[in-house]
Each structure stands twice: as structure tokens, then as C-alpha cells.
Design a protein around this ligand. Sequence first.
Ligand SMILES: C[S@@+](CC[C@H](N)C(=O)[O-])C[C@H]1O[C@@H](n2cnc3c(N)ncnc32)[C@H](O)[C@@H]1O
Ligand code: SF4
Length: 455
Amino acid sequence: MTNSLIAKYNVAGPRYTSYPTVPFWNTDGFSLPDWRQRLTKTFVETNSATGISLYIHLPYCESLCTFCACHKRITKNHSVETPYIDSVLAEWALYCNYLPERPRIAELHLGGGTPSFFSPQELRRLLTGIFALADPTDAPDYSWEGHPNNTTAGHLRTLHDFGFRRVSFGVQDYDPVVQKAIHRHQPVANVRRVTEQARAIGYTSVSHDLVFGLPHQRVESIQDTIAQTLAFRPERIAFYSYAHVPWIKGNGQRGFVDADLPTATAKRELYERGREALEAGGYAEIGMDHFALLHDSLHRTMQTGTLHRNFMGYTTRATGMLLGLGASSIGDVGTAFMQNEKDISTYQKRVSAGELPIVKGHLHTPTDSRIQELILDILCRLRASWSVYDWTDSEWTTLAEKLDGFRADGLLDYTETGLRVRPAGRPFLRNIAMAFDRYLTNGQTSEKPLFSQTV
Ligand SMILES: C[S@@+](CC[C@H](N)C(=O)[O-])C[C@H]1O[C@@H](n2cnc3c(N)ncnc32)[C@H](O)[C@@H]1O
Ligand code: SF4
């Protein structure tokens, strides 16, 4: 890949786990009664057909990794566990009292923060409470995120008892110099222990999270991290592009200085060499950021064209509805998004007062839904199709100009009714999706940067 392409396409841009992206939600146009109406309509359609998806955010971590962009609270005080689980269960009860029938849960994900911060007993109490008011569907897909340093066989067994068969472990990088810079001591022995325990207990899909673009990372060090990862043969490997977003996370990312980070060209090199090593190891690239063994369901759904993407990232199911519980969680009812209070004590106070702790949301317009579909197609299927009637003449002229640019750079082919991404375009999926984003093209800007760089 040429340096000029990298320079041209290395702009600030969304990762499109939603469209419109959160900074462009029309929060003034959001109303709770309208949202409830859309929630009920989608729920009734989805619950009997596929069952719903549920995301539960467990925000605590014991130690701060200075690169982290997740919504988390650092504490070693484990007395926070019980009241937090109480709040999540109270929030769930509010939903279940409101919903017209007992939910069926097809997809369930515990994310963080660090779910394994919580004791197996508290996780058991959480899931007992969730399933007191809901049923699992047949062959559900339940997953969770564990930290290799505090995940125990007790955590793995407890969640396996509730039907969890997929677990992902944060690894990031094995180089001690990188680990020191990101303040994450991550011994390979811990990763080995939890990976082996998960398999012995009956998990069928283990995933390891790696990140490229971290401070002090070099091609040799990332190749070494990947070689160590390949030795475990995890079914999936997330290979995330480091999102440098210090303006969002305060000084949390200030454990290193900008000069310690690879340049855009060096970062792209880390990705290219990393991808080669992963592919040589038998993994296929899935959309953006993810690799999977060929027998894994993520790869199979990509091949059949049914891969889906939502706030949880890539998933194998499109259930039509994702409910989010816990501080900062985001929900998607197909025609509307909502987000909970990020501040944990405000979240808890609102739930105790018997209120849904929603802080903002967005009601989709018909155009939003259409563009959302196009962007999903680009990110999940590397192609998209549309009708000539989808655009006014001037909209089409503007879009075609952008697509001409991508075509001239060899990134895609397009006609008046669709596009197909070429292999050279894969690293630029975010850029291609941005061409369709009406909110970005409408020239809305903000004083603060809103997104990380696309390269
Ligand atoms: C919630 S953590 C995983 C569970 C557990 N907290 C851990 O760290 O092991 C989610 C993952 O997001 C990724 N991540 C966090 N901050 C990131 C950033 N700034 N850029 C890219 N990926 C990031 C990391 O790979 C991390 O493992
Ligand atoms: S990477 Fe994981 S453990 Fe580290 S701060 Fe982020 S959420 Fe917590």
C-alpha cells in the first residue's frame, strides 16, 4: 500500500457500530413515549421470531490500562459488586414489567469494563435474576469478556452453566515494553491457563483481543505477539486498530506521549504484517478488526452473507432488537437507539427511583434506516446496492464524485445501482462507509474531535 493512499485516507472517522453514529443522534427529537412505542412494536415482532439480544455492561476494572477507550471505573473495592448487580436487576425488572410478553433471549453478551471483576457468585445472582423473567431460545449465542489475570475456573463454569459457550480474553500485546507503556502486565501464562480451562469446561469459541498501533509497537514485536497467539489456536482473534481518543477519556490514555505511538504509515505496516501472519496461520479476515478460523460461525456467516454488526461489534445474528442494561449501555430497537446514563451513581439513583436510566436517544428517519442498511452491507458484505431513486440528482453527483475517487485508487468498483469493494479497499471500509454518511456530508462539525483516525 502506498504512503500517499495512507496519507489521503487517514482521517477522523467512525467505526460504525451504529448509524447515525452517537455524536450525530438527534437527541432533541428523542421522546420517551415515541421510543417506548417503537420498542414495543419491534419487541412483539422480534421476540417470537428470533428472540432478542441483550447486552449487560459491567464497568469495573481493578487496574487502568492507559490505552483503554472503554467505559470503565477503576477500583479495587469489591463492595461495589452487589449494589451494581442489584441496579441491573432492577432495570431489567422495569423492562420486563413493561414488555407485553416474557422475553426470549437469543443473544446475550456481558461486556465491560471487566465482567470477571465480579465474583462468580454475583454473576450467578445476575443471571439467575435475568432468567427468572426470561427464557433462553433454542441454541442461543451467549458470550462474555474476561480478563486473563482475574478470570477463574469458577467464573468460566458459572457462566457455562447458564449457556455461555463463547468467551473473549483481552491480551493486547505480549511485548514487555508495550505492556509497560499501556500499564498492563499480561503474562502469557495467565492467557494459557484461562484458554485451556475454557476449553476443558466446554466453551466452543475462545477469542483473544489484540491491538495494533500501541505505543512502542514494532513489526517484530507484533509478529511475536501473533506467533504466541496462534499457538493457542483461538477460534477468533480481534485485531483492533488502536483508537487514540484521549479527549474522550480524560487523562486515562496519558500513560505515554504521542511520540511513542507509531506514525500512520508504521501503523498500517503493523496491520499489514499482522494480517499476513494471521492469514498464514489459517485465519480469515472478517469485515474490519476481526479474524476467525474457517469453521467458526463468524466466518461461516460472512460467507453466507448474513454477518451482522451492532453496538457489540460483529455478530452472527440479526435479532432486530438489542436491549442494553447497565451504566452507559446502548440499545437498538431497529428504528431507534438509546443510551443509559454513563455515570454509575446517577445510573443507580435513577433505577432506584423506578425510572429507566436513559440519558439520550435517536429516532430513525426512513433515510437513516436506508443508509444504515447500506453501511452495514459495506462493513459486513463488502458490497452494497441501491436504487437510482434513492438519491436526488445533486446527492448522486456528490456521491459519485467520492466513489470515482475510491475507484481511481483501486479500492472499489461501482455502477449507478451498487458497489463492490476490491481487496485493496478492505483497509478503507470506514472511509467508504463515510461517503454515504448524511450527517458527515451535511457538514456538521464539532469543536472537539469526535472520532479516532481511520488508519
Ligand atoms: C472490555 S475490554 C476486554 C475485557 C477486559 N477488560 C480486558 O481488558 O481483558 C475490551 C477490549 O477492547 C479493546 N480496546 C480497548 N481500548 C481500545 C482502544 N483505545 N483501541 C482499540 N481497542 C481497544 C481491547 O482489546 C480490550 O481487550
Ligand atoms: S482494557 Fe479491559 S481491563 Fe484494561 S482498563 Fe480497559 S476494560 Fe479495563
